[in-house]
Design a protein around this ligand. Structure first.
Ligand SMILES: *[C@@H]1O[C@H](CO)[C@@H](O)[C@H](O)[C@H]1NC(C)=O
Ligand SMILES: *[C@@H]1O[C@H](CO)[C@@H](O)[C@H](O)[C@H]1NC(C)=O
Length: 181
């Protein structure tokens, strides 16, 4: 659910509305849910035309986030893409209560997702209550939203994990290419 895309995003805090000096290509997405009666995920990378790539899928959320719902992002980077090169990056999101990530959601996730999904806008200071719903995604990517101006070229594996009543996760493989100016 929320997360699909969020993803990347989440990960990259310290953002601005400056001109981005990079482009990205989504290569893989994987999902995991311990209990599909509470959260059922389905996601795929979709290509339209030569360049337009996004994530489509759905997240059927049938439990309530609460103070025990924790969220964490871990990012591994590799310049070459070879498995032995991947190293953890410090820019990820340490394990935190999901309800406390309202600002990150508003700054990074929601702007990236609002035109390609039915992700909700949440009132107040907490990401709570979060409505149960069938969330759907149609060609979401990270072209929008406040992300850093500069990112090192290479492959990024981004793991977004949710724990608490149900453990579930999303992971992405993204290739970032520096833009020449
Ligand atoms: C969750 O934590 C907030 C403080 O961040 C507190 O006000 C609220 O009562 C807690 N909710 C529950 C159900 O414990
Ligand atoms: C869910 O994740 C937590 C924290 O990562 C872990 O301690 C727990 O064993 C997991 N629960 C199950 C049922 O796998």
């Amino acid at each position: 659910m929320l997360a699909f895309n969020l993803v990347l995003l989440l990960a990259l805090l310290g953002s601005c509305e400056c001109k981005r000096l990079w482009t990205h290509e989504l290569l893989e997405i994987h999902t995991y849910s311990e209990d599909e009666s509470k959260i059922k995920l389905e996601a795929r990378i979709e290509r339209q035309g030569r360049y337009l790539v996004g994530i489509s899928g759905s997240g059927d959320l049938q439990y309530d986030f609460d103070n025990t719902t924790l969220f964490e992002v871990i990012i591994h980077h590799s310049s070459s893409g070879s498995e032995s090169d991947y190293k953890p990056l410090p820019m990820a999101v340490p394990k935190k209560r999901l309800v406390d990530l309202k600002k990150m959601y508003d700054d990074i996730v929601y702007p990236a997702m609002k035109d390609c999904s039915n992700m909700p806008q949440i009132e107040g200071d907490l990401l709570w209550p979060w409505p149960r719903d069938l969330y759907t995604f149609d060609m979401c990517n990270f072209d929008k939203g406040n992300l850093p101006e500069i990112m090192s070229e290479g492959y990024y594996k981004i793991f977004c994990t949710f724990s608490g009543e149900v453990n579930w996760s999303l992971s992405y493989l993204v290739y970032v290419k520096t833009k020449l100016i």
